[in-house]
Design a protein around this ligand. Structure first.
Ligand code: FRU
Length: 488
């Protein structure tokens, strides 16, 4: 059967079936696809005045299968316009799947994509190689016949061509560079390649090594005189609550590039919730650096799949990121504040046991709250509450451990996968004290928490059965101030 029609066929399927999606848990202010499965953000870029976001897309199913690139655009990072299927596995070079990669504006002002193409070798084993595609208008992409542009012939001898993926491409004065994740014999690594035209590439060397079994989805940028690498690492050694290695850890490394090699000086987790993966980031013309991640994790089974809602997966709220005291901080894009409505404020509430907020119910809101605890005190916020169900955010002022917990909140995401998903996040708040400030975004199926101005983030999905919107506090603390806005 010919594969050359796959893009049009997928698009026709999406148009015909998007209306069958069950909206119960559809996010209100997070990007999602018209139907089907999504995972990694791809090709996050700024082109001709709009933000472009591509993503790993299996439109026919609500679980992962053959991957295409979906495409959407936005002017404010909050409302997204679906732009269609950008890439389908429809040529000999990418006949199996189109996996993750980068978009960038090339020197002819085209939007260029570089992505991992999967195809079988002569024995039927699946190769991972890199292909390119170009667009003059940011919508229709043409794949040149020279694909694949990075393949086994470019690789050093000890490399696996079956684990060679997720190119991060960027431009410097002397041409284009690509950093590509690869499995070597002894450990995972990232390889560096150089090109003058995005088509002809030469191998430059190992850019980063010794980081777990497979440092997937590299994202790399310069910020405040430093080089920053963000990568989603399979098999990083566990280290207390810092690197928890359930399936993978999303980490950032801050350092310098010396002779084509990245020399990290510091390494930390990017988000310690269970539902954050494969982030990409962009520089905006106004000087901000914005990151977006897949708001889910491998090994989880989403209720939107097993309840047959015909969709599965969303992106996190895009986050402004910056370096401060050697750490990467993050807070939701400021554009979100334009979607605030129905403001309510509470001040100086003493909680001793339980305190329930009286408020109009909305399931989509933003909360800004400062809690003051006793030394060694415990405090808890309960969100999405109805009956006995609630989502729990707990802070222990003795250990400075912040916990998010969906285990009492609705449908399970557990699977019999090798990696049993976490019921929530746990992290020690850096520089934590008895006072803690939380900015919390609650959408239909997610809770994102940003701590003390952005030094820590935790992203957790939750699927309450009753879809409640109750809020209460428990434990002993003073709510010094709490602002609440519906997101409209
Ligand atoms: C990470 C990842 C990538 C790959 C893509 C496939 O989530 O496994 O390494 O390119 O997803 O969908």
């Amino acid at each position: 059967m010919s594969i050359s029609n796959r893009r049009a066929e997928a698009e026709a399927f999406i148009q015909a079936h998007a209306g069958e999606v069950n909206p119960a848990y559809r996010p209100r202010f997070h990007m999602t696809a018209p139907c089907g499965w999504i995972n990694d953000p791809n090709g996050f870029s700024f082109y001709r005045g709009r933000v472009h976001l591509f993503y790993q897309y299996a439109p026919y199913t609500s679980s992962p299968s053959r991957m295409y690139w979906g495409h959407c655009t936005s002017e404010d990072f909050v409302s997204w316009t679906y732009e269609g299927v950008a890439l389908a596995p429809d040529t000999e070079a990418d006949s199996e799947q189109c996996w993750s990669g980068t978009a960038l504006t090339d020197d002819q002002n085209r939007l260029a994509l570089m992505y991992t193409a999967l195809r079988p070798d002569a024995d039927g084993k699946i190769l991972q190689e890199q292909c390119i595609a170009f667009s003059e208008d940011g919508r229709q992409f043409v794949k040149p016949p020279c694909n694949p542009v990075l393949s086994a012939r470019h690789l050093p001898a000890d490399s696996s061509i079956h684990d060679f993926r997720d190119p991060k491409v960027f431009r410097r004065e002397d041409g284009y560079y690509a950093i590509v994740a690869n499995r070597g014999v002894s450990s995972g690594r990232q390889l560096l390649f150089h090109s003058d035209n995005l088509t002809d590439w030469t191998y430059r060397g190992i850019f980063l090594e010794g980081i777990g079994d497979m440092p997937e989805c590299p994202d790399f940028f310069r910020m405040a005189g430093q080089d920053v690498m963000i990568t989603s690492v399979i098999g990083l050694p566990k280290d207390g609550l810092r690197f928890q290695s359930q399936h993978s850890d999303v980490i950032y490394l801050v350092g310098q590039t010396v002779h084509d090699r990245f020399v990290p000086e510091r390494m930390e987790a990017v988000d310690l919730g269970p539902d954050f993966y494969a982030p990409q980031s962009i520089d905006l013309p106004d000087g901000r650096h914005v990151m977006i991640g897949w708001m889910q994790m491998w090994g989880e089974i989403s209720p939107t799949h097993y309840l047959d809602h015909h969709w599965n997966g969303a992106m996190t709220i895009p986050r402004e990121v910056w370096l401060q005291d050697g750490r990467l901080w993050q807070m939701p894009v400021r554009e979100l504040t334009a979607h605030r409505g129905n403001h309510q404020r509470w001040e100086n509430i003493r909680v001793n046991g339980r305190y329930t907020l009286e408020r109009q119910a909305s399931r989509w809101y933003e909360m800004d709250i400062t809690l003051l605890l006793d030394e060694n005190g415990q405090a808890e916020l309960r969100l999405m509450q109805t009956g006995h169900e609630y989502f729990r955010i707990h802070y222990d002022a003795g250990t400075h451990i912040l916990t998010t917990d969906r285990s009492r909140c609705g449908w399970s995401m557990a699977s019999d996968d090798l990696w049993e998903p976490k019921p929530g996040g746990r992290a020690v708040v850096p520089g934590g004290t008895e006072r803690i400030a939380l900015r919390i975004l609650v959408d239909s199926d997610s809770v994102e928490v940003f701590v003390n101005g952005g030094i820590l983030a935790m992203t957790t999905l939750a699927f309450p059965r009753e879809r409640g919107s109750g809020i209460s506090a428990a434990g002993r603390c003073v709510i010094e101030r709490m602002d609440l806005w519906d997101i409209i």
